[in-house]
Design a protein around this ligand. Structure first.
Ligand code: G3H
Ligand code: 13P
Ligand code: NA
Ligand code: ZN
Length: 307
């Protein structure tokens, strides 16, 4: 059943975080639903602009509606990840998305406020909730490229003003994470001091952590041993998730780790089965492994058993 993130966040706040997982195809969607049911977790299915153009937004919507029918016990929100303003409006109009993210974090504070507010007004008129971003993560996103040197942590002093001027429903904050498989050229811990200060300014308000894949070193080693080249890949320690949840983080975004599962499974399989050219045997292995990965991640988030 599709619900709004508002409902999920109210239940989770201060106790656990909801996993927000990016999907692009049928195998990921099936694995995602199976994994969340296995761990009895509510979840957020997130769709990026790139995902919407990969097979097509129409097909993705069809696949997710089908999964909703196939797995009637699933409780989830459908979320646009890193939307620009036009893509937000398209999702709001579609009637399918329960929440959208407007990412105007690369703009000035006032322009970020103005852009976010326009999207919030359009979304709220249709009962859809909005995530915005304040501060800048390192790493590379689809339409914004931020070098590590420019990564700016969220300024706690600006958070309350941003929230009250925009009326946004949740806020992605930069507290030391970054997108992709190569995070942390410098310090490797989350900035809990900054997060605590942010929570202090907006108590009870749902915060979001992007760029939170843990890039497991055993996964990286297996990929490299099977012909990959991901030297130096590094991620966030997911043992920090529950502490972040206590400080108001209610949504944690994970994409890269799922891509690593896909890469490892396929590289190992084709190395071991050079004669194979049927996509289904390996597709089945991937769906199974992806479901296991989701269930294990939900234990780290504290969302396991919360359905
Ligand atoms: O933060 C971006 C997400 O990982 C989605 O990636 O834009 O390549 O689909 P994508
Ligand atoms: P990762 O690259 O760490 O998985 O982050 C994903 C994300 O933030 C999607 O919005
Ligand atoms: Na998002
Ligand atoms: Zn992100």
């Amino acid at each position: 059943m599709i619900v709004t993130t508002k409902k999920l966040f109210e239940h989770a706040y201060g106790k656990y975080a909801i996993g927000a997982y990016n999907i692009n195809n049928a195998e990921q969607i099936i694995g995602l639903f199976k994994g969340n049911i296995k761990s009895q977790s509510p979840f957020i299915i997130q769709i990026s602009k790139g995902a919407r153009s990969y097979t097509s937004k129409i097909m993705l919507e069809g696949l997710i509606r089908s999964a909703d029918q196939m797995f009637p016990e699933a409780i989830f929100a459908v979320h646009l990840d890193h939307g620009d303003e036009q893509t937000c409006y398209d999702c709001i109009e579609s009637g399918f998305y329960s929440s959208v993210m407007i990412d105007a974090s690369s703009l000035s504070f006032d322009e970020n406020v103005a852009t976010t507010k326009r999207v919030v007004d359009a979304a709220h008129a249709k009962g859809i909730v909005v995530e915005a971003e304040l501060g800048q993560l390192g790493g590379v996103e689809e339409h914004v490229s931020v070098s590590d040197a420019d990564a700016k942590l969220t300024d706690p002093d600006s958070v309350k003003e941003f929230v009250s001027r925009t009326n946004v429903d949740s806020l992605a904050v930069a507290i030391g994470t970054s997108h992709g498989a190569f995070k942390f050229t410098g310090s490797q811990s989350l900035h809990f001091d900054v997060l605590a200060e942010i929570q202090n300014r907006v108590p009870g308000f749902p915060l979001v952590m992007h760029g939170s894949s843990s890039v497991p070193q055993d996964e990286v080693a297996r990929i490299n041993a099977a012909g990959g080249n991901l030297q130096g890949a590094k991620g966030v320690d997911d043992n920090q998730f529950k502490r972040a949840a206590q400080l108001g983080v209610t949504k944690i975004n994970i994409d890269t780790d799922g891509r690593l599962v896909w890469t490892r499974v396929h590289r190992e399989y084709f190395l071991e089965h050079p004669e194979n050219f049927d996509l289904r045997p390996i597709g089945k292995v991937f769906m199974e492994e992806y479901a296991n990965f989701i269930a294990a991640k939900n234990e780290k988030l504290g969302s396991a058993g919360q359905l």
